[in-house]
Ligand binder design. Structure first.
Ligand code: UGB
Length: 598
C-alpha cells in the first residue's frame, strides 16, 4: 500500500487484479518508497507484458492453471471417455503417378501459401549453444537450415509463378516465430546474409513471450529467486504461434491478398521441402482444413502419434497424441501391450512431424472465436505422492498441433503420410543421448540429420534413373549410420521429382565415395560417371550439360570426437569432418550454353 502513489492508474489496476487473484505474496518484502523504485516499475512492465500477451490476460491464465493443476493432482486422464483408433488419411509413395500429380498441383498452390517457421525453442536436448536454424543442415556445402528453408521457398515462388502464366510479382510470405532466446540471433543471421535472397519485407519475425511460473496447486505466481521484483517465466510452447499470428493482423492481410494456405514447420528438418509440394497438393485435392504431415513411426519413438479419438458420446477428432501419452492411453483402453509395432515393423499410428497445412479461411474463422488460444496442459514435477508441492516451479504449455481440438466435427481434418526417408530427419538429440536410442529407432541427431539428406538425395537420383552405389555403414559419435554418396543440390535445381527426372539423362553412375554439389538451375547430367567430387555453380541463365567420366581423389569423412573442444561445436555434434583432397569445380558466371566433358 505504501507504494501505491508511485503507480499509474493502469498499474493500480494490475496490482488490484493480482491481489484479487490471490497473488498478494508477489508484493511481500517490497522496499518502502524511495528504494528500488525503478525495479518496481520494471515489475509492472513485466506484469503488463504477461497480461497482454496471453489471450484473456493473466487472470485467465491463473484460472486455467488452477483447473489444470487440480486435474493433474486428481490424476485425471485428459483422454477420459475417448477410445483411440487408427485414422484414415492419404498415404503417398514417392515417385509414383499420384505423387507426381500431387507435387504438380502443390507447386501451383505454393504462391497462395504463407510459410510459418516456429523457431523459439533453444533445443536444450541438442545441447548446442547457437540457434538451431543457423546450424548447417549438411557440411558438404555448409548451408544452414534457415538458408535451405528460404532458398526452397524462393524456388517454390519461382516455379509456382511460372505455372501461373509467368507471374513474377508474387512474394511468398515467411513468418518466423522467435522467443527471447532466439530473436536477436535470428534477426542478425538474416541481416548478415541479406535474407538469403528474400526481400526483407517478405520476412516477419514474431516474438513469443514466456509465461508466468507457478509455485503450487493454487497457481501462486513464482517470484524470481534472485530478484523479488520479477516473476519467474518459462516458455509456453510452440502453440503460441496461433495467437501471435492472430494478434499480428497478418492473417487478414494474407486473406485479402488472396492466399489460401498457412504452412507451419519446425526448425531443423533438412528434408522438409521434399515433402511440401505433394502435401500442398493433397490439401488442395482433399480440401483439408487441417493437413498434418506424418511418417511411419516406430513404437515409442519420441514423436507424437496421429490418432482418431472417439468419445463415448459420439464425438470424434483426429489429433496428435504426444509420445508419452499414447502408450498409457492404449493400455487404458484395452490394448494390453500399449504402443507396439505391428507386422509392418512400425506403430499403426502415423508419426506426427509437426508440419501442418491449414486452410486460411476456416483458420481465420476459428481464431476469430478463440483468439488463437490453444488447449493447454501442465506437467508439474511433484515432490512426492501427495502431489502437494513441486520440485521446481511449473507453467502452462501448449502445442501448435493441438489447434484442431476446438474445431467443430464438420471440420475436414486429415493427414498425409510420406516415406520417412523423404520427409523427416530432425536434429534434436545430443551425441550422448542419440547413442542411447534403441537400435532401429532414428537417432534424430546432427549426424543422422546430415546422413539422411545424402540418403534421400541418393534415393531420389536412383528413382530418377541414375545408378547410385549402395551405402557403407560407419560409426560417428557412437551412432551407426548409412553413408551414401554426398549428393546435394540447390532447391531451384530440383524441387519436384518430375523436375529432377528431366535433368538426369542417359546412363549416370555415382560411386559411394563421391560427392556432387549442384548450385545452378539448368544443370543436366547426361551419361555422367562420377567417382570423386564434382561441383557445379552456375547462374540461372547458364545451361550446363555434364557428360562423361569425372574421377579424382575426392573428399573423405574423418572421424572426430564430440568431446574434442578444439573442434567447432557444429562439427563435433556430427562426429565427422570433411577432408577436401581433390575435386572438379566448374563455375559459370555468364549466361549461355556450356558442356562439362572432362
Ligand atoms: N518451439 C517454439 O517455437 N517455441 C517453444 O516454446 C517451443 C518450441 P521441439 P517437441 O517433430 O519430432 C514436437 O522441442 O515440442 C519450436 C511435437 O510436439 O523440437 O518436443 C522449436 O523451435 C511432437 O509431436 O519438439 O515435439 C521447434 O522448431 C513431434 O512432432 C519446434 O517448436 C516432435 O516435435 C518443436 O520443438 C517432432
Amino acid at each position: 500500500h505504501e507504494n501505491l502513489h508511485l503507480l499509474s492508474p493502469d498499474e493500480i489496476e494490475l496490482a488490484k487484479m493480482l491481489v484479487e487473484m490471490g497473488q498478494s505474496h508477489v508484493f511481500d518484502h517490497w522496499a518502502e518508497p524511495g528504494f528500488d523504485d525503478e525495479e518496481k516499475k520494471g515489475f509492472f512492465d513485466q506484469v503488463a507484458r504477461l497480461n497482454s500477451s496471453y489471450p484473456g490476460g493473466l487472470e485467465s491464465y491463473i484460472k486455467t492453471a488452477r483447473e489444470l493443476l487440480a486435474d493433474s493432482k486428481a490424476g485425471k486422464n485428459p483422454f477420459d471417455g475417448f477410445t483411440p483408433s487408427v485414422p484414415k488419411g492419404e498415404i503417398l509413395t514417392f515417385g509414383d503417378e499420384k505423387f507426381i500429380n500431387f507435387e504438380e498441383s502443390g507447386v501451383r498452390e505454393a504462391r497462395k501459401t504463407a510459410f510459418v517457421l516456429v523457431a523459439g525453442g533453444l533445443g536444450e536436448r541438442l545441447g548446442y549453444n547457437g540457434i538451431k536454424v543457423a546450424l548447417p543442415a549438411e557440411t558438404t556445402t555448409g548451408s544452414g537450415f534457415l538458408q535451405q528453408y528460404i532458398e526452397s521457398i524462393l524456388a517454390l515462388q519461382e516455379a509456382s509463378g511460372r505455372l501461373a502464366q509467368g507471374d513474377c510479382q508474387t512474394r511468398i510470405p515467411l513468418v518466423i516465430m522467435t522467443s527471447d532466446d532466439t530473436h536477436t540471433r535470428t534477426a542478425e543471421l538474416l541481416e548478415s546474409n541479406s535474407y538469403f535472397g528474400m526481400e526483407p519485407t517478405q520476412v516477419k519475425l514474431l516474438k513469443q513471450e514466456k509465461v508466468a511460473c507457478l509455485d503450487d496447486n493454487d497457481a501462486r505466481l513464482a517470484v524470481e529467486p534472485r530478484n523479488k521484483y520479477r516473476i519467474q517465466t518459462k516458455p509456453h510452447g510452440h502453440g503460441d504461434v496461433h495467437s501471435l499470428l492472430f494478434s499480428s493482423g497478418l492473417l487478414k492481410v494474407w486473406h485479402d491478398a488472396g492466399l489460401r494456405w498457412v504452412l507451419f514447420f519446425q526448425d531443423t528438418n533438412g528434408l522438409l521441402f521434399k515433402a511440401i509440394p505433394a502435401a500442398l497438393g493433397v490439401s488442395a485435392a482433399r480440401q483439408y482444413h487441417v493437413n498434418s504431415l506424418a511418417v511411419p513411426r516406430k513404437a515409442k519413438e519420441a514423436i507424437g502419434g496421429i490418432t482418431k479419438l472417439t468419445h463415448a458420446d459420439g464425438r470424434t477428432m483426429v489429433i496428435n497424441v504426444e509420445y508419452n501419452q499414447l502408450d498409457p492411453l492404449l493400455r487404458a483402453t484395452g490394448h494390453d501391450d500399449g504402443d507396439v509395432n505391428d507386422e509392418t515393423g512400425y506403430s499403426p499410428f502415423p508419426g506426427n512431424i509437426n508440419q501442418l497445412i491449414l486452410e486460411l479461411g476456416p483458420y481465420i474463422e476459428e481464431l476469430t472465436k478463440t483468439g488463437g488460444a490453444i488447449k493447454e496442459f501442465v506437467n508439474p514435477k511433484y515432490k512426492d505422492a501427495s502431489k502437494t508441492s513441486f520440485k521446481s516451479s511449473t507453467r502452462l504449455e501448449c502445442m501448435m498441433q493441438d489447434y484442431p481440438k476446438t474445431l467443430p466435427p464438420t471440420a475436414r481434418v486429415g493427414f498425409t503420410v510420406m516415406d520417412a526417408w523423404l520427409a523427416y530427419a530432425p536434429v534434436k538429440n545430443n551425441p550422448e543421448d542419440a547413442a542411447k536410442v534403441p537400435k532401429g529407432n532414428p537417432y534424430h541427431s546432427a549426424t543422422s540429420g546430415e546422413m539422411a539428406i545424402y540418403r534421400a538425395n541418393s534415393l531420389i537420383l536412383k528413382k530418377a534413373g541414375a545408378q547410385v552405389a549402395d551405402p557403407v555403414v560407419q560409426v560417428f559419435n557412437g551412432q551407426e549410420v548409412e553413408v551414401w554418396p554426398r549428393t546435394t543440390w540447390k532447391p531451384k535445381w530440383g524441387l519436384t521429382f518430375a523436375e529432377i527426372k528431366r535433368k538426369v539423362c542417359g546412363s549416370c553412375t555415382i560411386s559411394q565415395r563421391s560427392t556432387m554439389v549442384i548450385k545452378g538451375r539448368d544443370v543436366f547430367l547426361e551419361d555422367l560417371s562420377l567417382d570423386g567430387v564434382l561441383l557445379i555453380d552456375a547462374v540461372d541463365d547458364a545451361k550446363v550439360k555434364v557428360r562423361g567420366s569425372v574421377q579424382n581423389k575426392g573428399w573423405i569423412l574423418e572421424n572426430i570426437d564430440y568431446k574434442d573442444a578444439s573442434v567447432p561445436e557444429e562439427l563435433r555434434i556430427r562426429g565427422f569432418r570433411i577432408n577436401k583432397i581433390e575435386q572438379l569445380e566448374k563455375i559459370y558466371t555468364e549466361p549461355g550454353e556450356f558442356c562439362v566433358e572432362p
